[in-house]
Every structure is written in C-alpha cells, then in structure tokens.
Write a protein that binds this ligand. Sequence first.
Ligand SMILES: Cc1ncc(COP(=O)(O)O)c(C=O)c1O
Length: 387
Amino acid sequence: MVNLDTLLRQELEELKRHGLFRDMKRIDSMQGPIVVIDNREYVLFSSNNYLGLANHPEVIKAQVQASQEFGAGSCASRLISGNMFLHEKLEQKIADFKCTESAILFPAGYMANVGTISALVGEGDLVVCDKLNHASIIDGVRMSNAMLRVYPHRNLERLEDILKNASGYKRRLIITDGVFSMDGDIAPLPEIIKISQRFNAILMLDDAHATGVLGKTGKGTCEYFGIDKGVDIQMGTFSKAFGNLGGFIAGPLSLIEYIRNRARSFIYSTALPPAIVGGCIKAIEIAERGTDLRERLWSNVSRLRDALVGLDFDIMDTKTQIIPVSTGDVSSTMKASESLLNNGIYAPGIRPPTVPKNKCRIRVSLMATHSNDHIDRAIEAFRKIRS
Ligand SMILES: Cc1ncc(COP(=O)(O)O)c(C=O)c1O
C-alpha cells in the first residue's frame, strides 16, 4: 500500500535541501505600499497593484454597493443563471477600453488563457510560444493537444524558422506576452504581427502586465506601439493594474461567441461575484479617466531604475514597472531577499521553477502609490546588499 504521507514528505525534504521549498508570508493589512507582516511594517515591492487601485476608496465603495444591490455571489455559470447586468456592463467596458468589437470575462486570467487556447486549437494545429510566456499559456496548449514549439525569448529569426517549417498544420497560433512577467521587457509586437501575417498565423497577445499601464491611456502593448490592428486575440486580467480579480479576452464578436460556446473554463465555472465585477468596472473607469496614476508610476520606475543602475545592479532589459534585479543562484538570492526584509523592504526572491537555476532574481515591482521616500528606502536597502 502506498504511504502518501511518507512519499510527499520525501519530496518536500528534497525541495528543502535545494532551497526550493515554498512557504508564504502572511500580510495582515491592505495591499498598499506599506504592509504589516509579523507586526512589523514593510514597504511592499512585489505587488502587481501597479496603479494602487486595490485600495482606491472609489473601487472599494463600488464593490460594497455592487454586493448590496446584487448580492454576494452569482451562484451559477454565466450560461445557466450567473449572467448578471454587471457582467455584461463590464464586458462592454473592456471592449470599449481595448477598442475591440466585443469581450468576454473569465473568473481569472489563468482561466482566460487555458480556456481560450484549448478551445481554439487541437490535434493537428501548431502553437508557437516565446520561451518566457506565462505558465497559463503553456498549460492551455498542453490541454489542447496541439503541437507546442517554443522560440528563444524575443528571437524573431527562430520564430520565423519554426513557421517556415509549419506548412503541415491546420491552424498556426502565435502567442506572446506583451510585458514579460519576470523580466519586465516588452515583446517586439510590430515585428511579430508582420511575421504572423506572412505565415498566415493567428496572433494572441497576453497583456496581463501591460493592461492599465502601457500606452498613454493604459490600453496596453498595442497602444504602446501605436498599433490598431494585427492582433487577433487580446487577453488581459483584472488582477494586476486593476487591483482585483478576473480575466478577459477582447476581440471580434465571432471570437467571443466561439469562446462562449467552446471554452470549458468559461462554461463550467461559476461567474465572478457582483462585488468583484462592480469593483472592476470602477477600476477601468479610474484608469481611463486620467493619466496621473500612470505618470506617477513611470516617475517611480525611473527613480528606482536609475538608482539600481547607478549601484551597478544588472536589471536585464526591463522597460516597465517590473524590475528584475539579478542575484545569481538560489542561495545568494535568498540572502539578498532576507537582507531587504531586515531593512524594511518586502521583495521576495524568485527561484526555479519560476526562473532558470542561474537566473534567480529579486523581482521588484513599482506602484503609483509608492512615495519618493518609499523608493529611497528601497535604494538604501539595495545599497547595503552591494556593500
Ligand atoms: C502574463 C500572465 N498571464 C496570465 C496570468 C494569470 O492571470 P491571473 O492571475 O488573473 O489568473 C498572469 C498572472 O499571474 C500573468 O503574469
């Protein structure tokens, strides 16, 4: 008989031996720039709450009002009886924001990716992915049974090579992140669009970390490059700059209707609760109505990025609010993270399997709500790691 406890303990011990065991810090406050952990205050530099909307009073108020009016839960999938006024209102807002014909909501970004990809492609089809695409994209391809080919990060020659030899497939789907979640760099989207057109491939963009942030009005990677066509499927999430929960796909009506009929993670899961949807509607409205939060975010990014470069840290090719600070192997990364913590800065080390063994890092992420003083405290803590 299998002794599950012994089996699992052996594997967990193995993880611990390699410094790869994961546990969680518990936050006892809101996810603002300052958080409370173990009764001590830290400046938070690891949240995806880029615009600070998770604690915006108007968002919180909208969330409370939505549950007062529509109740706590939606209590069924959208196709049964979970489709409420607020879901449709939010979908219209997403389509308007992304300048697409239509949009569809999922309970999470992860589910938007796995559901959409596995609905669109299957056996006999090819999916071509950047090496650093998010895990939810890879999981979607695995579920689909399509052939997966991966090109080295942002390497367009290799992307072309793969497509040159892909004539035997029924559908060809290229998928790229807009902003890469662990490196903070941006996909060369204009060139990828040209390649997708040359090889007659469908193009899907995961704009999880760009939505709300990139481009003058925060529409994401397309707006950043001044592109208004060429991307067939735009994926996004409310869990990053919008400070909430829920994923979405924006695109032509035919795509949205197809997903509604075919994406299992949409069909077989309960719709988002009204409070969340009400909060997301308000978050989009705030992100759209001015540029002040984005301006504050970019000014914070420059302040920290310039200082880290001045301290001779390798911050890779980041162009965004995600700043990877290279720390080498697992042990030096955990030491660096511990040192930051001792100096009041919370920015955990990122280790395998999230990043390769020799590419561990502190993934620093900035928020519009960080003050200059918060950033200067981080700079000081990084200076101590250097000395
Ligand atoms: C690039 C990317 N895509 C998709 C997701 C999944 O989104 P969510 O956290 O909303 O499920 C994430 C978040 O972890 C992400 O970083």
